[in-house]
Each structure stands twice: as C-alpha cells, then as structure tokens.
Write a protein that binds this ligand. Structure first.
Ligand SMILES: [Zn+2]
Length: 80
C-alpha cells in the first residue's frame, strides 16, 4: 500500500519556501514580539539553497536581540 505523496512537498530550503508562497515570521523571546522576515531579502543574503531547519537566529527587528525563533507561515489564500 502506497500513500499519495503529492501534498508532501519538502520545504527544506528558503528558495522552496518562497516558491511555494510561504513566508517567515520571527518571534523574539526577549521582547515577545513578532516581526516579519522578508524572505527575498533573506534569500539574497544567504542564498536560495540555505536550509530552513538549521537557519541561524535572526536579529530581532524590535530590540536587536538574537533570542528569536523562526516560524514558517502559510501561503496567503487566493491568487491561485
Ligand atoms: Zn526583541
């Protein structure tokens, strides 16, 4: 018995995330604020083949600390 794999897209790089319409949101544990992470900027800086899972923490846009988590956001609805 095989399972369909059509929906199991492996989003393991920044480039794939961007291509699928996903985005990134940063969460700062220091000031407890969410901030948008511009994916095109990140790709330009680190490369489209940068792995998502081992991404280095980003500097918080609010307080400048690096106690941040990166979260993948779902593609925006519509437009498809
Ligand atoms: Zn912060």
């Amino acid at each position: 018995m095989r399972y369909p794999v059509a929906d199991l897209v492996v989003l393991d790089t920044l480039g794939k995330l961007h291509a699928r319409g996903h985005g990134l949101t940063g969460y700062c544990r220091s000031c407890r604020r969410y901030f948008a992470v511009p994916l095109p900027t990140l790709i330009a800086a680190r490369g489209a083949n940068s792995p998502v899972v081992r991404i280095r923490p980003l500097k918080c846009a609010g307080c400048g600390e690096r106690e941040t988590e990166i979260r993948i956001t779902a593609p925006s609805k519509g437009g498809g």
